[in-house]
Ligand binder design. Structure first.
Ligand SMILES: Nc1ncnc2c1ncn2[C@@H]1O[C@H](COP(=O)(O)OP(=O)(O)O)[C@@H](O)[C@H]1O
Ligand SMILES: [Mg+2]
Length: 343
């Protein structure tokens, strides 16, 4: 399959479809304030596939739940800007956000089994999404609405490769395998042909063959529908294959951003290098896997310092201060005072 043309992030005329600047989201808990997302800057360019990687707890899901307007108390967006095609989302009310969700941006959730309603058939859930967001259908006379929505649901099921769609529409989520459930989530997300699809760990719960099929499906849809895609995963191997550019997150912050080739071929942040070192390499099975020692720190009342400090081999006293993001080369930036050198 032909890949769509790569869109260069730095082209000055290009306006990103999504632009985050200084986005911070925190949760007020009994034990203190968890700054789950802090000062995140990122751009999603039109037609590109942007990969978001980082260990579990890095703030990947919270960042994009913030974009979708899905952060609920005790969580709150505490700062920054979210521009969708130039429109500021942080100042939109819930009603306006509901209108944008589905039509403009859609997100598939990490866990398809809990995100889908277990007591409703797939048909009900898909048709509900279609009727809520597709104005062509919701403006039809009532009797025609459900028939048209059902036709559209069958089209979506076919598009995501679910065999015997008319029959399977009558079934409940638990009657589908994990891979098929992810496809249903994607079908619901795509029901209104969003311009930006956010896929949160679409393959994490799946075995390797099904994983490849779901990724291929997303790549195909991106090419045929011209969507922009944000692919969230903890697996660098997946982003290396699928994405034009990569954003590496750790403990709520963006640590490194660049083209997939740069970030994987020439990682500058010690965390990115650590992630790469902890991946098994098929082409070089002799190289030992080196997991990053330690764990993602608790983010409760986290002090102002490098968030990777406690696990970093290159740390110095200067890292116990606020660390700015520095541009390393055009399109490649790193939040580190002592970045790695060329390999
Ligand atoms: N409802 C919540 N209450 C308190 N903390 C939360 C809540 N949701 C997420 N967090 C915290 O936000 C951080 C980032 O979570 P998340 O975005 O889900 O990580 P990722 O998707 O990268 O695995 C974690 O430390 C998590 O504990
Ligand atoms: Mg997550």
């Amino acid at each position: 399959m032909d890949q769509p043309e790569l869109i260069v992030a730095d082209a000055p005329s290009e306006q990103p479809i999504l632009r985050l600047r200084g986005l911070s989201t925190s949760f007020n808990t009994h034990d203190g304030v968890v700054t789950a997302v802090q000062d995140v800057d990122l751009d999603v360019m039109r037609g590109e596939c942007l990969g978001i990687v980082g260990e579990s707890g890095s703030g990947k899901s919270v960042t994009f739940a913030s974009v979708m307007g899905l952060i609920k108390a005790p969580g709150k967006i505490v700062g920054g800007s979210i521009l969708l095609d130039g429109l500021e989302l942080t100042s939109l009310g819930p009603k306006a956000m509901r209108k944008l969700r589905g039509k403009q941006i859609a997100m598939t959730m990490q866990d398809a089994l809990t995100a889908l309603n277990p007591s409703m058939t797939v048909e009900t859930q898909l048709c509900e999404a279609i009727m809520a967001h597709d104005e062509d259908i919701s403006s039809l006379p009532r009797r025609q609405q459900s028939r048209r929505a059902r036709e559209c649901a069958i089209e979506m099921m076919t598009l995501v490769g679910i065999p015997s769609p008319a029959k399977r529409l009558k079934e409940y989520p638990h009657q589908f395998s994990g891979g098929m459930r992810q496809r249903i989530m994607i079908a619901i997300a795509l029901a209104c042909k969003p311009r930006l699809l956010i896929a949160d760990e679409p393959t994490t719960a799946l075995d390797v063959t099904i994983q490849a099929q779901v990724l291929e499906l997303i790549a195909e849809l991106r090419a045929t529908l011209g969507m922009s895609v944000v692919l969230i995963t903890h697996d660098l191997g997946v982003v290396a294959e699928q994405c034009d550019r990569i954003v590496v997150m750790y403990a709520g912050q963006v640590m490194e951003t660049g083209t997939a080739d740069e970030v994987i071929g020439n990682p500058r942040h010690p965390y990115t290098r650590g992630l790469l070192g902890s991946m098994p390499r098929l082409e070089d099975p002799e190289t030992p896997i080196r997991p990053i020692p330690g764990m993602v720190p608790s983010l409760i009342n986290f002090p102002t310092q490098c968030r990777f400090y406690s696990r970093c081999e290159r740390r110095q006293e200067a890292c116990l201060a606020e660390i700015p993001v520095r541009v390393h080369s055009p399109g490649h930036s790193v939040r580190c005072l002592f970045p790695e050198t060329e390999r």
